[in-house]
Design a protein around this ligand. Structure first.
Ligand code: ATP
Ligand code: MG
Length: 461
């Protein structure tokens, strides 16, 4: 091993080795491509280890979604072994071995230790700015985040090597940070979100000393790169365990750091209607993931930020801002503030806003408007959202019924509605702001001035 820095072993006694017949992971469960990489490394005289989420997931009986390999070969040595290999990353070079759509990531053992090595920079708060030195397998183990993520499956004897006590923790279903928790969170605050996410995903308990600093250090997340927080948010909520993730974010005090305005709106919503709706939206998302249906970040963010939107809208309307203008401004404001926290790309924030701004239009039933809304590219998402809002309030149950029918038989639905419109008290004539203005996510507010033809006074353009 040429480039490997000399390093001290954190466990001079060596790893705890768990033999094949004890850990029970079989090569049959693994990606054949990952195995190919491991065997190739071994044939060439290098160490080849499966590491990280894949080993953890195999131990708990899950199917890994990707495979990471660690080795003592340098990236250049890895590239020389595989035709289908490219090197990526500037700060720390990684090898990607590409098999069609599957990429096996091969990383050289890396160290973070050795404070006076100059290659490791932290800022005043202890946050890691740069780390790019190779190390031993023990170094590589202790720079990882959780003990469960630091287990190495060795191709040479099919054993699992454990340098941090991760094997026992996995057996006990415990998520435990390696090292001193506060220091590890300060180095990289995103580890706090990873704790909540992995505990939710695996059904693990966050070990007490690992959980303790979370509410206290949650504000450090404001220093994390918004793009990384966006990626983490998608992993938290679009991987099939959104409800569990949300509940853990609440319990650990991380929610206000990730979704500040939503957390504030939920806290001030005494009836709990907004939270009920949000959780139902996440439950639906989990069901879609389980059924292998598509899920969209735009709809997810529409759900996550709806409480913030309702609150902003209610505040603007209390200041006397005209309904349509208030809706537009509330949507803009909430997106803008959230983007500063989790970089939400416009290709998601624009459809998210459309889903919100279409809500009042479901209260309008003139023939032309009905057909126009049905043809709107965001109609389906906006209607799903309208249905979801029933969890918070059933004041628009009539609209949901109308639009269900209108999707099947638009002309008949409009005719029937026009017949009924003779009635002066027709609930369908409500102010469009009713559909989204209330700070309870949809409870009707007092009626405003109406036009004679039954359309609402302030119909959005
Ligand atoms: P998932 O199931 O979501 O893929 P994972 O644990 O595999 O979970 P990855 O982001 O794929 O997560 O990371 C792979 C491995 O890299 C982790 O298992 C862990 O060992 C290490 N790692 C990832 N992020 C960090 C971090 N912020 N700090 C230290 N180690 C990390
Ligand atoms: Mg992974």
């Amino acid at each position: 091993m040429t480039d490997t820095a000399a390093s001290t072993s954190p466990t001079p006694a060596g790893p705890h080795v768990i033999p094949r017949d004890v850990h029970g992971i079989s090569r049959k469960q693994m990606s054949p491509n990952a195995l190919r990489v491991l065997y190739r490394l071994r044939e060439a005289g290098f160490g080849g280890y499966l590491v990280g989420g894949a080993v953890r997931d195999l131990l708990v009986g899950g199917a890994p979604k990707d495979y990471d390999v660690a080795t003592d070969a340098t990236p250049e040595q890895v590239r020389a072994l595989f035709r289908n290999c490219r090197l990526i990353g500037r700060r720390f070079r990684l090898a990607h071995v590409v098999y069609g759509r599957e990429i096996i990531e091969v990383a050289t053992f890396r160290a973070n230790g050795g404070d006076d090595e100059g290659d490791r920079l932290t800022d005043d708060g202890g946050r890691l700015l740069r780390d790019n030195i190779y190390g031993s397998i023990e170094d590589d183990a202790i720079r990882r985040d959780f003990t469960a993520n630091a287990l190495y499956y060795a191709i040479e004897d099919f054993s699992v090597r454990d340098y941090t006590g991760g094997y026992a923790d996995v057996q006990a279903r415990l998520l435990r940070l390696i090292g001193e928790p506060e220091a590890r969170y300060r180095e990289d605050p995103v580890r706090m979100l990873r704790a909540a996410r992995l505990a939710a995903k695996l059904g693990f308990t966050i070990e007490a000393a690992t959980a303790e600093p979370l509410p206290r250090l949650a504000p450090l997340l404001a220093e994390a790169a918004p793009a990384r927080l966006f990626e983490e948010t998608l992993k938290l909520f679009l991987s099939g365990h959104a409800v569990a993730s949300f509940e853990l974010l609440e319990a650990t005090g991380l929610l206000p750091a990730l979704l500040p305005e939503t957390a504030q709106a939920l806290a001030s919503n005494k009836s709990g209607a907004l939270r009920r709706m949000l959780v139902q939206g996440l439950r639906n998302t989990d069901a879609r993931v389980a059924a292998e249906e598509s899920v969209s970040p735009a709809f997810l963010y529409a759900v996550l930020l709806w409480p913030a939107y309702c609150r902003a809208l209610a505040l603007l309307q209390a200041q006397g801002v005209h309904a349509v203008e208030a809706q537009r401004r509330a949507a803009d404001r909430v997106s803008l503030h959230q983007v500063a926290r989790t970089a939400l790309p416009r290709r998601f924030s624009l459809p998210m806003q459309e889903i919100w701004l279409l809500q009042p239009r479901f209260a309008l039933r003139q023939r032309k408007r009905v057909f126009r809304l049905l043809a709107h590219p965001r109609f389906r998402a906006a209607f799903d959202f309208l249905e979801l809002r029933l969890t918070a309030s059933d004041s628009h149950a009539g609209d949901v019924a109308f639009w269900r029918e209108a999707q099947l038989h638009p002309a008949q639905a409009v005719d029937a509605s026009e017949h009924a419109a003779g009635d002066a008290d027709d609930p369908h004539e409500a102010d469009p702001a009713d559909a989204g203005a209330a700070d309870d996510g949809g409870a009707p507010r007092k009626r405003r001035r109406r036009r004679r033809n039954g359309a609402a006074a302030q119909a959005p353009a």
